[in-house]
Design a binder for this molecule. Structure first.
Ligand code: ADP
Length: 225
């Protein structure tokens, strides 16, 4: 299955993407995570990406589509993939369409997460990630770890992302409205979009997501935490 998960920052894309990809046995591809890996490895690309990310801006399209193209060319995506955070503007959507045509592949569904901006700001302010594994995501109020500051899953230290401060979050929301919302409309007009409400618990949203993409009968309990 080939899926795009789309929605504003803080909608829970990363949290749901990990669970959906595990449930469907497909690769989770997050452009944000790919950039953070480059930043950790201190590559040239990472330095470039970091400047834009810290300002709440999009990383330039050539850089982003290059990273995605390279990632989609790896054989582990053969069973399918879930794109999280890409495409984020219409130029990226076009670039993706080109990559898919070249590989004779088609998208199955674009899953939109719907949430109010107030809730986004609250969610992002409390978000904490694990230093050992960024797919381990917590929230100080909504899904707190058993011990404050420590990952329940692997004992890693929890930290706040550099771009999760409130002023940067406001900028990211503005970028979402102007650049990414048109991508949602584009996929709606292609008949590929299905939207779900992103409020409620992680499990509730996961069940809604699986129902929306026609995988709802299966038991999603195994992918909870
Ligand atoms: P969120 O969805 O919460 O904003 P991400 O980890 O997806 O978090 O993205 C963090 C930042 O990484 C974005 O604000 C942007 O600077 C950069 N980024 C991620 N994906 C893209 C993309 N497709 N195009 C350009 N920049 C991106």
């Amino acid at each position: 299955m080939r899926i795009i998960l789309i929605g504003p920052p803080g909608a829970g894309k990363g949290t749901q993407a990990v669970r959906l990809a595990a449930h469907l046995s497909i690769q989770h591809i997050s452009t944000g995570d790919l950039f953070r890996e480059h930043i950790d490895e201190r590559t040239e690309l990472g330095r470039n990406a970091r400047t834009h990310m810290r300002a709440g801006l999009l990383v330039p399209d050539e850089v982003t589509t290059g990273v995605v193209k390279e990632r989609l060319a790896r054989p582990d995506t053969e069973r399918g993939f879930l794109l999280d955070g890409f495409p984020r503007n219409l130029a990226q959507a076009q670039a993706l369409a080109g990559i898919l045509v070249d590989s004779k592949l088609r998208l199955d569904v674009v899953l939109g997460l719907d949430i109010s901006e107030d809730q986004v700001v609250r969610r992002i302010a409390g978000r904490r990630l694990c230093r050992q594994d960024r797919e381990h995501i917590f929230h100080v109020d909504y899904s707190p770890p058993d011990v404050a500051g420590v990952c329940d899953l692997c004992g890693g230290e929890l930290y706040q992302r550099g771009d999760d401060r409130e002023t940067t979050v406001r900028k990211r929301l503005e970028v979402y409205r102007t650049e990414t919302a048109p991508v949602v409309d584009h996929y709606r007009s292609q008949g590929l979009l299905t939207t779900i409400a992103a409020h409620g618990s992680v499990q509730e949203v996961l069940h809604r997501a699986l129902d929306a993409i026609g995988q709802g009968q299966a038991d999603a309990a195994g992918t909870s935490n």
